[in-house]
Design a protein around this ligand. Structure first.
Ligand code: P6P
Length: 341
């Protein structure tokens, strides 16, 4: 009927997170507020990434981070944005970022909270110079202890302990995707009102359409991973009809596979001693996305077992990562068990 109002409700991320809180009777609203803070950080970072070429924010700083990578101006901007929006609120006891060698305790005189934030402020940042999509990944843990100064080992928790996790994808639109243990929900930023609006409620990973891997490194993989790759390409009884899509930003490759169905993997390889255990980091990349994947009916493995069951022993520990449709990720575990011993 002409002029009939759209009956579907407009649900902002604030509204949705508050409704989510109902699932957690013990919730005090603190976790909710941390997610608000991260959504705001996403808006601020999006405002820079979508006009990086104009904002004099491209290019490199003089610094090299703990990964041995030159810190880009946008990395630093994203890291400071998340830190400055979360370190004084009394909700966190500490933050661990890809950009900093050590965790950041909450600076005096700010009050200490009961949660820990782990994050990669700008995943895929080297792609910004070429106008490719990038993202922010976050995970939120409860402290292991009540009160007192935070210690590094409080961050060494398996992903199974995550209270919430998600990412912000800065692409053709800006999306905030999160789970607090009751499904995965996606919000799209409406820049005209500056709000994230619910656009993808209860995301469930469909059957696989894509596989995402840097085939340029194929010769450096184990036999089991090479056999898995042949399987995905349809050889020797393998899967038929998968397309290869590889953006080179974990968040973007994961997000497409979450919505369209598929697997992403970055295996251990022999190309560089630094990637002998894989390139991606367990604490603030693999584990948060593994939580999202499992909540959407998928699965994430280090090639031997669930990523969510691995307890980190250092902040920047790397891990092989196989993530996406559960049937296919279980298949790579089978090939690795059978061929790599
Ligand atoms: P490669 C980006 O630098 C990143 O950390 C992830 O976002 C991405 O999945 C991976 O590295 C790409 O690595 O070796 O294929 O360029």
């Amino acid at each position: 009927m002409a002029g009939q109002a759209d009956p579907s409700p407009i649900i902002t991320i604030e509204r949705h997170i508050l409704d989510e809180q109902a699932f957690h009777p013990e919730a005090t609203g603190v976790l909710t507020n941390i997610l608000y803070d991260l959504a705001l950080a996403g808006k601020v970072i999006a405002s820079k990434t979508t006009r990086a070429g104009l904002a004099e924010i491209l290019g490199r700083t003089e610094d090299v981070n703990v990964q041995g990578e030159t810190v880009l101006k946008l990395d630093r901007f994203a890291d400071l944005t998340v830190t400055r929006l979360t370190d004084h609120t009394g909700r966190l006891a500490g933050l661990a970022s890809e950009e900093n060698a050590d965790f950041l305790p909450i600076p005096a005189p700010y009050p200490m909270g009961k949660y820990l934030l782990v994050f990669d402020p700008l995943d895929g940042s080297s792609n910004v110079d070429f106008n490719m999509p990038v993202g922010t990944i976050f995970g939120i843990y409860k402290r292991k202890r009540e009160g007192g100064p935070v210690t590094e080992e409080e961050f060494f928790q398996p992903g199974r302990n995550l209270a919430a996790a998600g990412y912000i994808a800065y692409g053709t639109s800006t999306m905030f995707v999160y789970t607090a243990g009751h499904g995965v929900h996606g919000f799209t930023l409406d820049p005209s009102v500056g709000e994230f609006l619910l656009s993808h409620p209860n995301i469930a990973m469909p059957a696989a359409k894509y596989f995402s891997v840097n085939l340029g490194y194929q010769r450096f993989w184990s036999r089991g991973v090479q056999r898995f790759t042949e399987y995905l390409q349809g050889r020797e009884g393998g899967v038929q009809g998968l397309s290869l899509r590889y953006i080179g930003t974990l968040v973007s490759d994961f997000h497409r596979n979450l919505l369209a169905g598929g697997v992403f993997y970055y295996p251990a390889d022999t190309k560089d001693p630094r990637t002998a255990r894989g390139k991606l980091r367990l604490l603030y990349e693999a584990a948060p996305l593994a939580f999202v994947a499992e909540q959407a009916g998928g699965y994430a493995s280090d090639g031997r077992g669930p990523i969510l069951d691995v307890t980190p022993s250092s902040l920047h520990q790397r891990t092989p990562l196989f993530i996406g449709n559960k049937d296919l990720i279980l298949k790579v575990e089978e090939f690795i068990r059978g061929l790599d011993g």
